[in-house]
Design a protein around this ligand. Structure first.
Ligand SMILES: [Zn+2]
Length: 202
């Protein structure tokens, strides 16, 4: 439970005492023996003596729990998305890869930017990439999520290390991708901006 300092006291309409906390929340500090025993709350000196001391704040605790749950759900969703993309890349499922994109999207590189205005363009591009992977003897790729930064309600900035394996399961190569993902109407993330990093983000 999150603890907050008491900054003051006030009474509710039933004359029960409420502690005001530094976070702006407040909490009842009743003296209702035998259930709650706080004789100190009844005197001015008793209350003054508790100023600056800590009380657990349920409201802050709830807020933190909600924030944590939200962040976790986001990351879980992103991991699932990357797994799906990895499987599509591994099986050469060009349509599956294309379904991970939302258009218009942008592919950035040192050479400049390519605007992707149709999902079919993604399919064409990755058909070439899949062929190249195969020619290099790479048969599987697996994502390692390195960093997620939430940019806004529906945008996340993501760094991924793509591990590539040969037919014997030996790790052959790693690529680093940077994506900006957009949360679509269906609640799933989609790539809206992609670039290949030549440096490890970690
Ligand atoms: Zn609080």
């Amino acid at each position: 439970m999150v603890e907050r300092r008491i900054t003051g006291f006030r009474q509710d309409p039933e004359q029960h005492w409420i502690a005001e906390l530094e976070c702006g929340h407040s909490q009842h500090v009743r003296h209702t023996p035998p259930w709650e025993v706080r004789p100190w709350v009844l005197t001015l000196e008793g209350r003054a003596g508790r100023l600056g001391t800590l009380l657990p704040c349920r409201q802050c605790d709830d807020l933190q729990r909600v924030a944590r749950a939200g962040a976790m759900m986001d990351e879980t969703r992103i991991r699932e998305f990357l797994e799906r993309l990895g499987k599509a890349l591994t099986s050469g499922d060009v349509e599956g890869i294309a379904k991970c994109w939302e258009v218009p999207a942008l592919v950035l590189s040192d050479e400049g930017s390519v605007a992707v205005s149709a999902v079919s363009q993604v399919a064409t591009f990755f058909a070439g990439a899949v062929e190249w992977y195969r020619s290099e003897g790479l048969v599987a790729t697996r994502p390692v999520l390195q960093r997620v930064e939430r940019l806004s309600e529906k945008l996340s900035d993501v760094d991924v290390r793509w591990l590539a394996f040969d037919v014997e399961g030996k790790e052959k190569a790693a690529e680093y991708s940077h994506y900006i993902l957009h949360l679509g109407e269906d609640g799933l993330p989609y790539i809206r901006l992609a670039l290949t990093r030549t440096a490890d983000a970690s």
